[in-house]
Design a protein around this ligand. Structure first.
Ligand code: ZN
Length: 213
């Protein structure tokens, strides 16, 4: 069975998700925002205590609050690092992002692979795939665990809100298109786990999200 542990990290209250398969103990980390030593310890203690083997490190997109722990996770666990190709200019300019928000940051390693919509990854026998959803950034991907109807929505879709599009490379029209023509085609009961704030469902956002009416 797949288990999901959520951590809220860094001054931006970013949601870092640790996803793992109880049988194989294979795990993946989505958007490691761990910043302080205490946050890194909290995450690594949980991984160690539960004997989780971190197979993948995934960035939904490459804004600084979602990648602060990339170096720590890659060096400590050696996972395959997946990120969106079209966000590489953000990852390459991490030091510029860090000056803008006044956070010291470890330079990120380069991704081992870029994800695409045809890619499937597995934790044990459990399958995850990617949905390309640009708009908040040029390359953002959501991660879909179809079997249990769970979507990790990064900063694309939030409870009663959507990602901001005023940052470099953002596009409002593209974001609305990504949500309405990609995410809203998923099963309505799909649980949405966003990069900030509380979880929601696709149907709740279809009915109640003022940005999407
Ligand atoms: Zn973002």
């Amino acid at each position: 069975m797949i288990k999901i542990e959520k951590f809220i990290f860094n001054p931006f209250s970013e949601n870092t998700y640790l996803v793992y398969d109880e049988e194989s103990l294979d795990g993946l980390i989505i958007d490691p925002g761990c910043y302080s030593e205490d946050e890194k310890k909290l995450l690594s203690d949980f991984i160690n205590k539960n004997c989780i083997k971190i197979k993948y490190l995934i960035n939904t997109h490459c804004h600084i609050d979602h990648v602060l722990g990339n170096k720590f996770i890659k060096e400590k666990y050696g996972p395959i690092f997946l990120a969106p190709e079209k966000d590489m200019m953000l990852l390459d300019k991490l030091s510029m992002q860090s000056e803008m928000v006044d956070l010291a940051v470890d330079e990120s390693p380069k991704p081992d692979k870029f994800m695409d919509e045809g890619m499937e990854i597995f934790l044990g026998e459990e399958k995850f795939n990617f949905i390309e959803t640009p708009g908040h950034t040029p390359g953002e991907y959501c991660i879909h665990y179809a079997k249990n109807k769970i979507l990790f929505s990064g900063d694309v879709l939030f409870q009663d809100s959507i990602g901001r599009t005023d940052l470099w490379g953002g596009s409002y029209n593209q974001l609305i298109n990504s949500i309405k023509n990609k995410l809203f085609l998923l099963e309505k009961e799909t649980v949405v786990l966003p990069g900030h704030g509380d979880s929601t469902t696709i149907v709740n956002e279809m009915l109640n999200n003022d940005f999407l009416k």
